[in-house]
Design a protein around this ligand. Structure first.
Ligand code: ARG
Ligand code: ZN
Length: 878
């Protein structure tokens, strides 16, 4: 049954204080709850008291000390209802739950013998009966009881206030969290954990203890996360004026976790993959991910916890804003242009694909069946882009004022997206009514642009036309308010020209780079006093999440690649230039015509290589061809084989033509310095490994030898993994096979490294990849119960190995469907995510469409969880 945004009502009761007592045992944990309840002032009178509860076995229920008799309350699979509850009461319940049987990893579960919780969005109702909705905020006091030997560490939110020993070898700790919070921010952890500790003094002088709790063998993998945490705390003070508000902040690493991490108040719980790093086990990308996720969860303390969501339709209120905050943090810590390039590439490949598929939904959905299905790229990444557009429209200073107003006005409350945007409108005086459509309309807007320069009048006329394609349930769209940042690059000078915009109120000076407000379906902007013919640089910094088309010639793109002052657009010009060549080659491949390399692409790359006027990090991005997934997004119909062949052809042609340059680049960026995850070193390694990937694409003898040496040197995981991947993806089994074997033996004890070992093998383009997936599913290090393993093996194969997943015999689809059917029983949230590639059947040829749909039908015939049901129904809807 779908839930609708329009049906929102305040709850009948609110909880002012929650007392919990857990007596932990793997198969029967007793949870005693005492809820201090009172009627909600805004609720409709006479409503019964209805609590959420799932998979609980109720042992006892009492109101104000009086046991209730059967008949005084009703229990079904999802609720407990008390019809004649008083206006104010203390409700006590005692339930028994089975953490060991909890493979869904929602609520209280066991991971490697350790108890932990995941309550967002609706997991708390699997722990106890409660008003499990984010607009019910209470203070919590939690007592955790466990075996002293098995569970020496007992953690929950807030501050520990009491601890002691109990009979039968048990002990307890009581935690108090003074900040009212919704149940989704509750957390409990118990197990054999060890900690590293540090301190942070906040801007007002509060001394905060920082703890990172891990299994003992991971103590040497905590340094980077701790450093990232301190940097995040300092950054949020400097950038947003936000300070931490408890004396203790804890992070715990767990092995079995559905997502990246969770911002529980004072006790963040992390997927071990998003917190543990060591130079020998984690790549640069992993180090950067950890930095970003640590920051993300920490930033939620304000954007999410102090100010939370009224209901789950507002999810992007906290997620979009928090992603925006963590993206800016990472930009400040590393190369800002590269961070932007990475984020936009991800958005344009993965989120645009979601927006174009059957599960497309607005950033604020208006209905859902299963909220866990809505932790999507649209809510997170597009949500962040909307906040970024607000920043672009207001400018940083006004945006910061709006943020201050938001946090001050709504502190301690559960609010809506209107409340957030309202603050931005209030401080800036901007009318943001039309802008709100970004939250209600699904689909990626498309802008068709064209420009004309008139020598005689020295005018440049830029016309922009917008349209948003239909998405399921939304046939017609209205024009959006889109900030388009532009520059005009003079073709003679190669410099940004001054922008003088002709408006009804006279001439407006936009400087050298200005934001146009596109509000109509079609609008023409006239720039006057344009002294020389320009090439327009449009959507600088990717100022809005749209697809922009402009009839650039290849010379224009080569010119922008050389001259644009905007790093992002320089990179994008290179990508567009490569795309034009790729389009031709894809067509040639399909028509069986001989492929010819566009010399302009080769020349553009040559100048990048011989006049290195870029910082290394940006140069590495410029030298990277669009991914197969991105190329696929640009095609009307996806031909996986043609895309693969065309991209390889470009890569190999460049490698042949520029072999010596790539070799020199590799040599120039080698280093024996001790590993550090700093911007400088990361840039150097990525540049070196890009160069190596070109050499390996033609299996150049010297390149192969360098890859072999790089692997053997075992200097750091970034270099080892890069070399191993290139070898395993080549035809040099004589080197790759022993390397893989050595790697697998060396790291058999480390699941996060074995995940990389799985991914490297199942993403190889050779035709045995699918057989390898099947073989590896029986490997002792693999388990369908662990989401990281599933993502590393199944997710990597179905999501990244396009030629093999889309095999014409349908075996790739069948394998994925088999996994979905099993996961549907074990872990519905993961099942509903891993199925994604199958839902995109509309993008492929008829034969593949039929095969993919047949697998979706086969899944539909099963008894489905709401999660998988919702996705499969949408995928088969038309
Ligand atoms: N709020 C968490 C984060 O973004 C994600 C929690 C997702 N939970 C879930 N069941 N899908 O950091
Ligand atoms: Zn988040």
């Amino acid at each position: 049954q779908p839930v609708y945004l329009k049906n929102y009502r305040p709850p009948a009761y609110r909880v002012t204080h929650t007392e919990l007592k857990f007596d932990l045992s793997p198969t029967d944990t007793h949870v005693h709850a005492a809820l201090h309840l009172e009627r909600h002032p805004d609720s409709e009178p006479g409503l019964p008291l209805t609590l959420h509860g799932e998979k609980l076995s109720l042992e006892r229920i009492a109101i104000d000390g009086q046991e209730l008799q059967p008949g005084e309350y009703q229990v079904d699979d999802e609720t407990l209802t008390i019809t004649d509850a008083p206006d104010r009461l203390r409700l006590e319940t005692e339930v028994v739950i089975d953490p060991q049987a909890n493979t869904a990893l929602e609520g209280l579960y066991l991971s490697n013998g350790m108890f932990c919780t995941q309550c967002e969005a609706e997991g708390f109702r699997r722990i106890t009966y409660y008003l499990d909705r984010p607009d019910v905020m209470a203070t919590f006091s939690t007592t955790v009881i466990g075996d002293q030997k098995q569970l020496p560490v007992l953690l929950s939110n807030g501050n520990p206030v009491e601890r002691g020993e109990l009979p039968d070898g048990k002990h307890f700790v009581t935690w108090e969290d003074p900040h009212p919070k919704p149940s989704y921010l509750f957390a409990l952890v118990a197990g054999q954990l060890e900690k590293v500790e540090d301190r942070f003094t906040t801007m007002s002088g509060r001394d905060v203890t920082l703890q990172l709790w891990v299994e003992p063998e991971n103590l040497d993998k905590t340094e980077h996360a701790m450093r990232s945490l301190k940097a995040s705390m300092a950054w949020d003070e400097q950038t947003y004026g936000r300070e931490y508000d408890l004396d203790l902040f804890m992070i715990v690493a767990v092995n079995d976790f559905n997502m990246g991490a969770m911002e529980n108040k004072g006790l963040n719980i992390f997927n071990s993959a998003a917190v543990l790093t060591h130079p020998q086990t984690a790549t640069d990308a992993a180090f950067q991910r950890v930095e970003g996720v640590v920051a993300h969860e920490y930033f939620h303390n304000w954007s999410g916890n102090r100010v939370t969501c009224r209901d789950w339709f507002q999810l992007s209120l906290k997620e979009g804003f928090t992603v925006f905050r963590d993206q800016n943090f990472s930009a400040d810590m590393n190369s800002a242009p590269v961070k932007r390039i990475e984020d936009v590439s991800f958005l344009r490949t993965a989120q645009f694909a979601e927006d174009a598929g059957p599960t497309a939904h607005p950033v604020r959905p208006d209905h859902y069946i299963e909220i866990s299905n809505f932790y999507t790229l649209t809510i997170y990444e597009k949500g962040s882009e909307i906040v970024r557009m607000l920043r672009n429209l207001l400018g940083w200073e006004a945006f910061r004022q709006g943020s201050d107003l938001y946090f001050e006005r709504f502190d301690g409350q559960a609010v809506t997206i209107e409340d957030f945007v309202g603050c931005m409108a209030e401080v800036s005086g901007l009318d943001l009514d039309q802008f709100m459509r970004w939250y209600s309309q699904a689909g990626t807007p498309e802008i068709d642009a064209y420009g004309e320069y008139d020598y005689a009048s020295a005018e440049y006329r830029l016309t922009l036309r917008q349209r948003t394609p239909a998405t399921p349930g939304q046939p017609d769209k209205l024009p959006l308010h889109i900030p388009v940042r532009v520059g005009l690059v003079g073709t003679k000078s190669g410099e940004d020209l001054t922008l003088t915009l002709d408006t009804p109120d006279g001439k407006e000076d936009l400087g050298k780079d200005g934001v146009l407000h596109l509000r109509e379906e079609e609008q023409t902007f006239v720039f006057t006093d344009v002294a020389e013919a320009p090439v327009p640089s449009l959507l600088r910094g990717f100022s809005a999440p749209v697809k922009l088309r402009f009839p650039y010639g290849r010379e224009d793109l080569a010119f922008l690649l050389q001259n644009d002052s905007d790093d992002f657009n320089r990179w994008d010009a290179g990508q567009r230039l490569a795309m034009l060549a790729l389009d031709d080659l894809i067509a040639a491949h399909r028509n069986g015509v001989e492929k010819v390399m566009d010399p302009r692409v080769t020349e553009a790359f040559r100048s990048l290589l011989i006049e290195p006027n870029d910082d290394k990090a940006v140069l590495a991005e410029m030298l990277t061809l669009p991914s197969e997934a991105y190329i696929a997004e640009q095609q009307p119909m996806v031909d996986v084989d043609a895309i693969h062949a065309a991209r390889n052809f470009v890569k190999q042609s460049l490698a042949v033509a520029l072999r010596d340059e790539f070799l020199a680049l590799y040599q120039a960026n080698r280093s024996d310095a001790p590993y550090a995850p700093d911007a400088e070193q990361i840039a150097q390694r990525s540049l070196k490994n890009v160069a190596l990937s070109y050499l390996m694409s033609i299996e150049d003898e010297e390149g192969v030898e360098l890859a072999r040496q790089q692997f053997e040197a075992q200097h750091n995981m970034t270099d080892v993994r890069a070399a191993l991947t290139l070898l395993v993806h080549s035809s040099r089994g004589d080197i790759a096979d022993p390397a893989l074997r050595a790697f697998g033996e060396k790291w058999a004890h480390d699941p996060l490294v074995m995940d990389q070992w799985f991914s490297v093998q199942v993403t190889r383009p050779q035709s045995d990849a699918l057989e390898r997936v099947k073989y590896l599913m029986d490997h002792p290090a693999f388990s369908l119960k662990n989401p990281n393993r599933v993502r590393a093996l199944i997710g990597a194969f179905a999501g990244q190995n396009r030629v093999n997943f889309h095999r014409l015999d349908g075996e790739g689809y069948r394998l994925l469907a088999d996994v979905v059917i099993e996961l549907n029983r074990l872990n519905p949230e993961i099942a509903a995510r891993i199925i994604t590639p199958l839902t995109r059947w509309q993008r492929f040829d008829e034969q593949r469409q039929a095969l993919m749909k047949a697998e979706l039908e086969r899944i539909r015939a099963e008894e489905l969880s709401p999660n998988v049901y919702e996705v499969v129904e949408k995928a088969l809807a038309n």
